[in-house]
Ligand binder design. Structure first.
Ligand code: ADP
Length: 192
């Protein structure tokens, strides 16, 4: 099962992806998580990505496409994967089509979690508060200023990715405003 989860920051992609990981026994490939790991490890990619990520902007297509191209060839992705946070631009979607064709891999589903923009900032603030309460460290980009930049990046660069897949007739949508379990049920229904 090879899946893409699309949706704005705070849509619940990570929460639902974690459940799909359990169900299908396939890894969740979050470019955000991979980039944060690179930043933490101080790799060349991490050093390049840190400032743009902290400000809420997008890392270059070249960097994220390189990361994904390598990652989907790893042993744990043989039976499939869930892409979370990628593709985030139409150029990334096109690059993904090319890399999958070259690797003779096919996508099984592309699902967008539809969420009312007004709900998103509140969700991000809640996530930050929960992280603090659990003794964790809040993401550098989980603050209102960076979040506004992330929303603009989403509207301008990522929303067209949904349109790209819709125009290919392969986009499915699920209501991401419903309670978490209902979203999971809706995903189950879509995935059959
Ligand atoms: P979100 O909560 O916004 O979904 P992510 O964890 O997916 O956050 O990503 C955090 C940041 O990592 C993004 O704001 C961006 O800077 C960078 N990033 C993640 N995925 C990509 C991508 N596919 N292309 C460019 N930048 C990315």
């Amino acid at each position: 099962m090879r899946l893409i989860l699309l949706g704005p920051p705070g849509a619940g992609k990570g929460t639902q992806a974690a459940r799909l990981v359990e169900k299908f026994k396939i890894p969740q490939l979050s470019t955000g998580d991979m980039l944060r790991a690179a930043v933490k490890a101080g790799t060349p990619v991490g050093l390049q990505a840190k400032a743009v990520m902290d400000a809420g902007g997008l890392v270059s297509d070249e960097i994220v496409c390189g990361i994904i191209s390598d990652r989907i060839e790893e042993a744990d992705a043989t039976n499939g994967f869930i892409l979370d946070g990628f593709p985030r631009t139409v150029a990334q979607a096109e690059a993904l089509d090319d890399m999958l064709a070259k690797k003779a891999m096919k996508l099984d589903a592309i699902i967008e979690l539809k969420v009312d923009e007004n709900a998103l900032l509140a969700r991000i603030e809640k996530r930050a508060a929960e992280t603090v309460a659990a003794g964790g460290t809040v993401r550098a980009d989980d603050n209102p200023d960076a979040f506004r930049v992330r929303l603009v990046a989403y509207r301008e660069q990522t929303a067209p990715v949904s349109a790209y897949y819709a125009s290919h007739g392969v986009l499915k949508t699920v209501d991401g405003m419903a309670p978490i379990d209902q979203v999971t049920a809706a995903l189950d229904a879509v995935l059959g």
